[in-house]
Design a protein around this ligand. Structure first.
Ligand SMILES: [Zn+2]
Length: 98
């Protein structure tokens, strides 16, 4: 899998991919929520702490690659430079007709 060059998706033959952080935003939100719960006890300090924790967590996670068409996620791989972050215009090409 690490030698995969992203010329074509192995599942749907799509030739477009985008990169994004392999980070579960729901967990990030949960962490912030926990910080909010302890605001009265910590005089707001808990929010600062969880914000920093969230930021560190976000910076530590690696990028992953996602196929525009089938949304297959590719993690723990070497990402070629040409794979760019999500592009709305490319995504429109693969939007399912209603
Ligand atoms: Zn695909």
């Amino acid at each position: 899998m690490s030698k995969f060059d992203f010329s074509k998706c192995p599942h749907c033959e799509c030739e477009h991919f985008y990169r994004q952080k392999d980070f579960n935003r729901a967990i990030g939100c949960l962490v912030i929520l926990i910080g909010a719960v302890f605001v009265p006890q910590t005089y707001g300090l808990s929010l600062v702490i969880v914000a920093i924790a969230d930021w560190i967590l976000y910076r530590r996670v690696a990028d992953m690659v996602v196929c525009y068409k089938c949304r297959e996620e590719f993690i723990n791989i070497d990402i070629p430079e040409r794979i760019t972050p999500f592009d709305h215009h490319i995504a429109e090409l693969y939007e399912e007709p209603e």
